[in-house]
Design a binder for this molecule. Structure first.
Ligand code: HBI
Ligand code: FE
Length: 287
């Protein structure tokens, strides 16, 4: 990351501790900030009907994340901690990888506390509070997702080789950020990068352009990604319980296989890929 983690937060370096955790500063949001949140919220809430997986809306409701105001982390944490042991902590922006992994391993989700400016309504480079809280936090109420994200943090602390860390980051990118999931009702979104973006919500599910490939951990670990455009490939999990096992032994086994094979471009389709078709996308539960 080339961006300065403090650039958007208005904080000076001496105001940020080694773990990057700061106070959310809930009382400092302006009426305009709450209004930006509300407009982002309503647009995505409407667009995600029938497109996002069911536990996403269940999480939003349970946590009281609503359109009326930017959520107060203290209120989210009362519910979230009791449910899955997770809590949200405020950070100024992207934090260094080791800091990120350390928080996740301890079930602390680092969330940006600032909100985008009105002129950045449709696109921001760094995750703000809307991406982090609306996109990620509802699913931290889901046991499988919650356990996966914590295991990702712990796994990040076990690897040091940048190539291995890149493979690990791809597992997170193509699931927690940009994952699709098959449900009884059809193909649904669960990645936060999709769920917090109106353009990518439609593109990921409905465009004929991207590949939609059945999730396979080794395949995903080999696949590069773009950070500045819609994804060229989405990987589809058959269900939350199919999130990859990141415990030391199964992850190391997958890592050994991925290391032995070449990396793949983001748009590659290879022998053995199981493509998810338009038919699967529109599947409805049997009557
Ligand atoms: N920091 N706040 C924050 N949020 C992220 O999603 C994040 C980060 N630091 C590093 C990072 N993500 C990724 O590069 C990791 O998955 C390694
Ligand atoms: Fe994210």
């Amino acid at each position: 990351m080339t961006t300065d983690p403090l650039s958007r937060s208005g904080l000076r370096p001496d105001q940020v501790p080694a773990d990057f955790v700061v106070d959310q500063g809930f009382d400092r949001y302006s009426g305009a900030d709450h209004g930006t949140w509300g407009r982002l919220y309503r647009r995505q809430h409407d667009l995600l009907q029938g497109r996002v997986c069911e536990p996403f809306f269940a999480g939003l409701t349970a946590l009281g994340i609503a359109a009326d105001a930017i959520p107060d982390f203290r209120e989210i944490n009362r519910v979230l901690k009791a449910a899955t042991g997770w809590e949200v902590v405020a950070v100024p922006g992207l934090v260094p990888d080791r800091v990120f992994f350390t928080h996740l391993a301890a079930r602390r989700f680092p969330a940006g506390f600032w909100i985008r400016r009105p002129e950045e309504f449709d696109y921001i480079e760094e995750p703000d509070i809307f991406h982090d809280i609306f996109g990620h936090v509802p699913l931290l109420m889901n046991r499988s997702y919650a356990d996966f994200v914590a295991a990702y943090g712990a796994a990040g602390l076990r690897y040091a080789d940048p190539a291995d860390l890149a493979r690990l980051a791809r597992l997170y990118w193509y699931s927690v950020e940009f994952g699709l999931i098959e449900t009884e009702a059809g193909l649904r979104i669960f990645g936060a990068g999709i769920a917090s973006s109106p353009g990518e919500t439609l593109y990921a599910l409905e465009s004929a352009k991207p590949n939609r490939i059945r999730f396979d951990p080794v395949r995903v670990m080999r696949t590069r990604y773009k950070i500045d455009d819609f994804q060229q490939s989405y990987f589809v999990l058959p269900g939350f319980e199919a999130m990859p096992d990141l415990a030391p032994e199964p992850l190391e086994q997958a890592m050994v296989q991925a290391r032995a094979l070449p990396d793949l471009e983001a748009d590659a389709v290879i022998a053995g890929d199981r493509l998810v078709t338009a038919d699967d996308r529109q599947r409805r539960p049997a009557a």
